[in-house]
Ligand binder design. Sequence first.
Ligand code: BG6
Length: 483
Amino acid sequence: MDKMTFVLFGGTGDLAKRKIYPALYNLFIEGKLPESFSIIGLGRGQMTDEDFKERVKNSIHTFSRRMSKNDSTMERFLTFIRYSKLDAANKEDFHSLLKLVQDREKELNIPENRLFYLSVSPTFFETIAMNVKNSGLGTTKGWKRLIIEKPFGRDLESARSLNQNLSNAFAEEEIYRIDHYLGKPMVRNLETLEFANPVLQALWNNKFIANVQITASETVGVEQRAGYYDQAGALRDMFQNHMLQILMMTAMHAPKQTGENEIRAEKRKVLESLRPLEKNEIEKNVIRGQYDSGIGENENVPGYRDEPGVSEDSLTDTFIAARLQIDNPDWTGVPFYIRTGKKMKEKSTRIVVEFKANENEIYSDEDPNLLVIEINPNESVSLILNSKNPANGKMESINVDYASEKLDVPDGYELLIYDALRGDSRFFSHWDEVELAWEWVQPILEAFEENRIPLHKYAAGSNGPDAANLMLEEDGFKWWLDK
Ligand code: BG6
């Protein structure tokens, strides 16, 4: 791997603490960072290098998946780190940063390969990108890359404008848009599952598959993020990005090669074939929900509107379920049901592929075969088949399964940062994907904003509003595996 400088905007923030430093440290102890590199953390406050290193060290002790047994490894890792105070709007600060970057490049004999990681509020993305360019930081003899976190815009227009502005400073192939779901090992495994198994390949189409269900349910609520979440809602926060990325990874055709361009082209085709929803079809195909106070163990959980920082008449969606159709020869007629919600009964991200029933009436008691891919928090793949119980001779469902729980699986950020450092952008969102996803979602956003779609309340701790169950019942299906 190339020697490089890792410039972290938001270096004193929460994501840096929980994810980025632990990821870099794990890569370091596994020998996946170059022999020489420079990490420069940036924040708004004044801090000495020593104090900053102490913070980094504490965050690693608290959040790292592994620790080296040898203390000197940590000390060595910290020698690569420096801190600089920076105000994103202050041009002078960028000049000081350039000087620090160059000094370290000289000291450590690092070529001008610079990665800029923007772990900051999106309101700063454009200013920072522009200042990186104008200060000369982005004029390098080596490579330069930009990593940004979501949200990438809040609708189609703002996303286009953001992209336009970023592209003044960075070319598309230099921009790595993180969708942390693409860092989840089981999402990265989808390609292999689908395409390296001729058995599944043969069945991966509308001849054999009845429907596909993608669920990301969370037990957490809005937590301390009401300021952001109440303006975003589940459609922007989860659906436009994470859920549509999983959809693309599930429905794409086998690429001819495993290079990033081929995979992207296949993913893009999925969104291009996604049937747009006309205004008058939205209500039938999209269920908008918001959690209310709880039931059962969640009895004392306040409703969304009673959460601190949420307005009492908020119409923000904390739950979305949608029926999507992909109009291509393989998937026509196979509904893809997608749902995601906060304060639901269980934390589970999973894909359930329901296979068509046997046409042979003799075995009509059978349950459908299901392929279940658990993504988070457990990682497993199981195939549910029908089998005769040897004791009583009755047919029953059996599970053929694989779980990776016991393996020491790297965190998604570790995988993604490693990819970006090597220049592998396969598991980042390309602009085409982001734009097409916003295009599909835009009419729904508008329907929500104009309040043309009912807002279904659901009890905290439930599986979401009944309307989401009815949508599947209309098609003769049900959500599988709800507890
Ligand atoms: C984030 C959303 O992108 O993903 C959060 O902003 C959500 O609202 C989180 O809680 C879920 O991620 P995970 O990895 O816990 O499924």
